[in-house]
Structures are given as structure tokens and as C-alpha cells.
Design a protein. Sequence first.
Length: 83
Amino acid sequence: MLASMTDTDGTSLARDQPLPATAYAVLGILSVNDEELTPGEIRVRADFAFRHFYWSPAVSHIRRELQRLLEMARTRPWMSSCR
């Protein structure tokens, strides 16, 4: 699944439930250049960007957070057939 950050309705990030730190890290990585990134690429960038402040999450955890963010309409899938 490739994903990118989006906020088409102009609402704040916290809708009904608070997001975990990993979700904010994923959103931060996606928002930097608005690129198409796989969960593996997100992990590599998180490892580089947050290594002094936060551990690099597992790819499976990133996939779970991407799914949560998709359900909350915080990201959009670039290729819906890639899962």
C-alpha cells in the first residue's frame, strides 16, 4: 500500500480518538514531500529522522497505522490494489 498525507476537509488531526505517537510519526514522514511511500520506505525514513527521539516502528505497525489513518481519512491510497 502506497500512501500520502491529505487533509481535504480542513479539520484537525484528532477527530474522535487520540492518535498514538506512531501515527503522528507516519503523518510527519508523509507530509515532508508529499511522496508516494511504501511502509518499508516510511520505516527507513523514520529510523533516520527519529532515531535519537523515538524508536523505528516495525513495518507491520506502520501498516496498521496507515490503515487507521485511511479509515480516519487522514491519508489516501495511491494504489488501492497494493496491500
